[in-house]
Design a protein around this ligand. Sequence first.
Ligand SMILES: Nc1ncnc2c1ncn2[C@@H]1O[C@H](COP(=O)(O)OP(=O)(O)OP(=O)(O)O)[C@@H](O)[C@H]1O
Length: 303
Amino acid sequence: MIVTHALTKRFGGLTAVDSVNLSVAEGERYGFLGPNGSGKTTLVRMLLGLVYATSGEIEILGRTVPRHLSDALPEVGALVEGPAAYNHLSGPRNLELLDASGRGGRRTRRARVEEALEQVGLAGIDRRPVKAYSLGMRQRLGLAAALLRKPRLLILDEPTNGLDPQGIKEIRELLIGLNREGTTVFLSSHLLFEVEQLCTHVGVVDRGKLVLQDELGAMRSPTGRVIVQTPDASAAVLLLDGQLERRDGDRLLIRHPDPARLNTWLVESGVRVAAIEPEFRSLEQVVLDATSSGADRFDGSKP
Ligand SMILES: Nc1ncnc2c1ncn2[C@@H]1O[C@H](COP(=O)(O)OP(=O)(O)OP(=O)(O)O)[C@@H](O)[C@H]1O
């Protein structure tokens, strides 16, 4: 769906995107994660032919970009930083105008616009001009515009920018739903938590370089520790001499390679186990290990 080879963009002496090999397959929800200023927007703009690469190659839906971009674009929905709109017109009117530039027939235009508005939570919006929209509403309108053509591929630059936690959740659910119906989703974000909640695949960019690219599940390997919930926590603590890493009420974090064996042993020793599961590395830990700069440059906050 998206392939780049040694994609590079320099602005004078600054290398904003540095030899990036991106690979996004059909059906994925791919999170392109990096701190502010790491080159995400520049890469997205190159994918959409809005900025020329200094060197390297881009393929979108099997077409070379920018040369054959116009063949790919009808199947691509895009949202780039600061979605453009006619500020003196209403949101629905903006979408009607946009739709008129596409291939859809006039008779069904109103229905397409209404469906897109409904998908992003703007159904029944009044006729106020876009200049009176909040940042979150503008972002939703931008998403609606990206959805008008029922694209096979969505390319979204920071799609939850300006949204409150409820809005972020709604957009997440919308993107997961669209993806289930077959849309491949590529989005950039500086929010670790957002990517962890939404994406199946992650690319981590640090100072223009892609330092990690994998399936989220594969990245989050087991830590070798087991989380156990037990009403007999005090008895378990005595039993676990040296293996216990942390106790939090009736929740214990235990160094052990095998949850099944640990479970058997605890139960046979008279410790009732209410819940047991292996601990996996968080995306934050993975990113911390992969980047020289440390995860403090990434935004790990939860909404
Ligand atoms: N037109 C430009 N001219 C000069 N430098 C630029 C230009 N566009 C971007 N840059 C620089 O390239 C680097 C990457 O910027 P970019 O906007 O792609 O990062 P980003 O990861 O999208 O950050 P943010 O989330 O803050 O938008 C930054 O150092 C930025 O200042």
